[in-house]
Write a protein that binds this ligand. Structure first.
Ligand code: ADP
Ligand code: MG
Length: 710
């Protein structure tokens, strides 16, 4: 028996290359679940031509939603023909109408399919405490059935809510000479905790298997996978995992106690494991998957509980977001849970490995290579492994980091009644809003709201496509949080490349490009014509409000030729800034635009000048009264003479190191930093642009990630 793995959890637009199990069809329509006339597909249908064996696992939340109450009566069972699932409304906590609405939807879909209403299962996900627009959903039933086809991804997309990714997984087995297929879709990102998530997962297979056997295999798979996810500690009302098997493959039945049963269990487990990882990694706003293993404890349940406690700890999670190994926080979370639960174990002998690096053991911290671990912490998958050496049991918990985006998503995703009138009518409010975290982040937002920040954009963050996108997303996020970003970009490598294509060599003196008449035309073409428009386009395509400006536009950067000191090489059209037109920036900033500036200077003689982007950023920050100046570069920050990152440094100490531990490109930057501080900028940050979200991590966490100069 062989197993082939096909799994897709990225932005899937079509899955035609994966054949679904025989006899199953998938479809979706926009039924206007959230609002009448909504264009997003929000109603999904999975239908089998043949009655199916059904197994299911549902939330243990006692306030569970209406669809779950019905479905739970059918597991394990036979004769199931379809699952209809909507996103946008959870049909939970709406009172007695919830159950009637659930059956009305099932009945309408059953009628359109020509099957019995009892044989249609339903599932819902979305806002809690608001009645479903049941008429709109039932009216969409015929179109939903007409939309059925073999594209699994369409159904997967329609069940998304705050999910950033569509989640699908496929498997194929050879069994008795026949191919047996599995296709599964899932949704889930927030409210994910041990007892499953606000997650839905529907597994279809053309295997032939009795409901009880399927149920056993599914329970075991869910226990090993979805039940290990923890994102924010809230347990959802709607969690549902359903498996349907229709036997259409023609393969022999999977008998209890057979090798095939083991294979079935292993297949369901690996299928669910893929989806569970995808859900954890897609935790609302998450930027990193966090895998916690606890080993060496006496009992499995204890291992599980401890792993979850660590994976779910807010301090640990924010540390992981900040790229900190967080070993103290991890061990504190472990110890706290042992104490709170009164477990009869002593963790004194624990070892802790973060990203495979031993950071704690032999009763104390272990010296480790800081730079090496910092580099490893930049991964999007972070592992923490503890061994208490006190037994044989172990367990894993999957979680994610706690990010600024998490708060943003949950602060905006309002799920309660719209008015106090609704509440007075007996509807309950119960949303996924995590108050303490919001209060904490709000204090940062308040601190920066309305303030200006100049960001020097350069290095890898301007070259790598994924980093480019995440930079643009970050700028949009900062803008929507009330900060007023001004971007000043560089473009050296691109200029060099373009000159090369033209058969010209780039020459430098003292870190500055020797810029002849031909070179300055290329500088302008590349910086203003190409790079600037690309940045502006990307930010605006993501919902931002950027405006591209060169130093010539509106006389933004008035410049003159940088005079060469006696004995030094003449740099040609390299300029220095004489004046910044702050009025022009005020005008755009006050109207909510995000200026994106290419550092080409305007000479009063009509010439264009090549201006160092670090210098331009510093001058612009002083001129426009920026609170902050942030440099994105290709090092972790300013390093000391031993190569260690300086996380905080005073201007005077920085000045003392100029030309000593600070050289080359960093010397230019450091001089710009000092000038900006002298020009009234409150604080300057130098952060690593090679990792995503460094600006947010620096500004919105207490410890930051780069170098802070004050
Ligand atoms: P950017 O493209 O962001 O302007 P540069 O290459 O001009 O980057 O400047 C950063 C470089 O400065 C680093 O890659 C490093 O080689 C050099 N450098 C010199 N001294 C230091 C220091 N003390 N700390 C960090 N980087 C330094
Ligand atoms: Mg530079």
């Amino acid at each position: 028996m062989s197993q082939r793995t096909l799994s897709e959890t990225k932005n899937v637009t079509g899955s035609k290359s994966f054949a679904p199990p025989i006899g199953f069809r998938f479809g979706a329509v926009a039924a206007g679940v959230k609002e009448a006339g909504g264009v997003r597909k929000d109603l999904a249908l999975i239908a089998s031509e043949i009655p199916c064996a059904a197994a299911g696992v549902v939330t243990v939340n006692k306030m569970c939603a209406a669809p779950i109450r019905y479905s739970a009566t059918r597991f394990p069972g036979t004769g199931i023909r379809a699952i209809v699932a909507n996103s946008g409304n959870a049909n939970a906590l709406t009172g007695p109408v919830g159950a009637a609405d659930e059956r009305a939807v099932a009945t309408a879909v059953a009628k359109a399919l020509g099957v019995g209403a009892d044989d249609v299962l339903t599932a819902s996900t979305g806002g809690i405490g608001i009645r479903m627009p049941v008429e709109r959903i039932t009216a969409a039933a015929p179109a939903l059935v007409a939309a059925l086809g073999d594209d699994v991804a369409i159904a997967a997309e329609a069940i998304r809510t705050t999910d950033l990714r569509t989640k699908l997984a496929f498997r194929e087995l050879e069994l008795g000479g026949k191919t047996v297929r599995f296709a599964a879709i899932a949704k889930g990102s927030g409210m994910i905790h041990p007892q499953m998530a606000t997650m839905l997962c529907f597994i279809t297979t053309d295997a032939r298997v009795a409901p009880e056997t399927l149920q056993r295999a599914l329970v075991s798979a869910v226990d090993e996978t979805f039940n290990t996810i923890t994102v924010d500690g809230d347990m959802s009302t709607n969690d549902t995992v359903i498996a349907l098997a229709n036997g259409a493959s023609g393969a022999p039945a999977i008998e209890p106690g057979s090798a095939a049963e083991k294979t079935l269990e292993a297949t369901l487990t690996s299928l669910c494991a893929d989806l569970a990882k995808a859900i954890a990694a897609d935790g609302e706003g998450a930027s990193k998957l966090f895998i916690v293993d606890v080993a060496g404890v006496p009992e499995r349940e204890m291992a599980r509980d401890l792993a979850r406690a660590v994976a779910g700890g807010s301090l640990v999670k924010s540390g992981i977001f900040g790229g900190d190994p967080s070993w103290g926080r991890i061990l504190a979370a472990l110890g706290a849970r042992i104490g709170a639960r009164d477990y009869p174990i002593d963790p004194a002998g624990v070892t802790l490995d973060v990203q495979g690096v031993r950071v704690y053991g032999d009763g104390g911290p272990v010296a480790f290579d800081k730079d090496d671990l910092s580099a490893r912490m930049r991964s999007t998958e972070i592992s923490a492994r503890m061994d208490l050496g006190l037994g044989k049991a172990s367990a894993r918990a999957l979680g994610c980091d706690l990010t600024f985006d998490y708060v943003k998503i949950n602060a905006e995703y309002y799920s309660g009644p719209k008015s106090s009138l609704d509440a007075a009518n007996g509807k309950h409010t119960s949303g996924p809003v995590n108050r303490p975290v919001i209060v904490e982040a709000l204090s940062y937002i308040r601190k920066f709201a309305g303030k200006r920040a100049v960001i020097k954009y350069g290095g890898a963050a301007m070259i790598d496509p994924a980093l480019k996108r995440s930079f643009a997303e970050e700028m949009v996020l900062l803008q929507s949080a009330g900060l007023k970003p001004v971007i000043v970009h560089g473009g050296g490598p691109e200029i060099t490349k373009t000159l090369e294509k033209m058969g010209r060599k780039s020459e430098f003196a003292d870190g500055q490009r020797i810029t002849g008449a031909e070179e300055v035309r290329v500088v302008e073409m590349v910086l203003t014509g190409r790079i600037n428009t690309e940045i502006v386009g990307l930010i605006n395509s993501l919902g931002g409000n950027a405006i591209g400006l060169s130093g010539k536009d509106g006389r933004l950067l008035i410049a003159s030729k940088l005079e060469t000191a006696p004995g030094k090489t003449d740099l040609g059209f390299v300029g220095e800034i004489d004046a910044v037109n702050a009025d022009l920036l005020d005008m755009f900033l006050e109207r909510g635009y995000m200026p994106v500036i290419s550092p080409v200077g305007f000479g009063l003689d009509g010439a264009s000048y090549n201006i160092n982007a670090d210098v331009a950023a510093g001058e612009i920050a002083s001129a426009c009264g920026a609170e902050r100046l942030i440099f994105l570069t290709d090092v972790a920050g300013i390093l000391d003479d031993k190569g260690n990152l300086l996380s905080e440094v005073k201007a005077a100490d920085l000045e003392a190191q100029l030309g000593k531990s600070i050289k080359g490109g960093m010397h230019v930057k450091a001089q710009a930093v000092l000038d900006a501080l002298a020009g009234g900028v409150r604080a300057v940050h130098i952060v690593d642009g090679r990792a995503p979200h460094s600006v947010v991590a620096e500004l919105f966490t207490d410890h930051g990630v780069g170098t802070l100069v004050t």
